[in-house]
Design a binder for this molecule. Structure first.
Ligand code: SF4
Length: 362
């Protein structure tokens, strides 16, 4: 049985009416057995269920292979564990330098400001805490993290994440942004958010006016499929760009969602049209219970090889593996260097032609 979903414009209504149970999903979609069992299991343990009515409205109610459903509807396959699976794939707990503060690189740090999101993505790197770790963090709780940042002026870039920082009330978000902005050595603040994808109603004038005094603020969003680029989502991206936010997108490469050249080509072109720069195509992290959504590394390499030369540089993201254990991101790509000899490098172009590049004389 299906039911009419409401597309109320108020973002708080969307959050209040997020679907959070197997029964609610089963009312909205024709779930197959794998999904129904997965949803029942998610009610008991692991990453909980949450989907805004808006985002679920993008899903095909009759097709379990729908790319929107695959991202947010649990499957029984989440119970399956394979070699290499990790509960904390990026080793964040080992890199925690203060409560809610993770530092994996010398010049930047990640501040976890809430565990709540508009949608709980079944492949989430932080599924060990998302949706089950106490909600929004108070400014008092973030105090030790702010002190650490102030005492480490080499940290120039702070990423507010979680959870999704844009699910906080505007007032609370401003308090957190101000806390970080008042640290003189912090140059850039980034907001890591799926809100433009799953809750675009949140990008209100009130929010943008409240954040504008704290620039430079960058917005890092996460579109995975062209179906997510709805008129509302596109308008949200445009409002952000108009308000002076550089907007960057990372896409997670997901089996059965976007592991095709035509799908990613359409997505990346669509993002650029809305002034969003596709900057990373991320190999999915080996999060425990998400192996059915991961692709082999060769899939990403083949896709990037086919996109090279077909998409302009501003539409072509870097293919990245965030190495398990938190050792850092590694860009990977097809090998275009055919041969190296003293003073001569032979390169293969996207047309398959080999061309010599001669170094300048010593
Ligand atoms: S919105 Fe981001 S943090 Fe939240 S569940 Fe999805 S991937 Fe994880």
């Amino acid at each position: 049985m299906t039911r009419n979903l409401s597309f109320h414009d108020d973002w708080t209504w969307q959050l209040r009416h997020a679907l959070t149970s197997a029964d609610e999903l089963a009312e909205a979609l024709e779930l197959d057995r794998d999904e129904l069992e997965g949803a029942r299991r998610a009610e008991r343990a692991g990453l909980p269920i949450s989907v805004t009515p808006y985002y679920l409205g993008l899903a095909d109610p009759r097709d379990p292979s729908c790319p929107i459903r695959r991202q947010v509807v649990p499957r029984e396959l989440e119970a399956q564990h394979v070699p290499g699976d990790l509960v904390d794939p990026l080793g964040e707990e080992d890199h925690q330098v203060a409560p809610e503060l993770i530092q994996r690189y010398p010049d930047r740090a990640l501040l976890l400001v809430t565990d709540r999101c508009a949608v709980y993505c079944r492949f989430c790197t932080r599924s060990r805490i998302v949706g089950s770790d106490g909600g929004a963090r108070s400014v008092e709780r973030l105090g030790p993290a702010a002190r650490y940042l102030a005492e480490h002026p080499e940290i120039k870039d702070v990423i507010l994440s979680g959870g999704d920082p844009l699910t906080l009330s505007t007032e609370r978000l401003v308090r957190v942004v101000r806390l970080v902005r008042e640290i003189p050595s912090v140059e850039t603040i980034r907001l890591a958010t799926r809100v433009p994808v799953a809750l675009p109603q949140r990008i209100t004038d009130e929010l943008l006016d409240a954040l504008r005094p704290f620039h430079p603020l960058w917005l890092m969003t996460h579109f995975n499929h062209p179906r997510e680029l709805t008129p509302l989502a596109r308008a949200a991206c445009n409002r952000l760009a108009d308000a002076g936010f550089p907007v960057l997108n990372h896409t997670v490469l997901l089996r059965g969602v976007n592991d095709r050249v035509d799908v990613l080509s359409e997505l990346f072109r669509g993002l650029v049209r809305e002034r969003v720069r596709p900057y990373y195509l991320l190999q999915a992290d080996p999060v425990a219970g998400s192996s059915h959504l991961r692709t082999p590394i060769s899939t990403g390499l083949e896709i990037i090889e086919q996109l090279q030369g077909r998409l302009s540089g501003i539409a072509l993201p870097k293919l990245i593996v965030d190495t398990p254990g938190g050792q850092g991101k590694v860009p990977i790509g097809p090998d275009y260097v055919v041969r190296r000899a003293p003073g001569v490098t032979t390169l293969r172009t996207h047309r398959g032609v080999e061309v010599d590049y001669l170094d300048p004389p010593e």
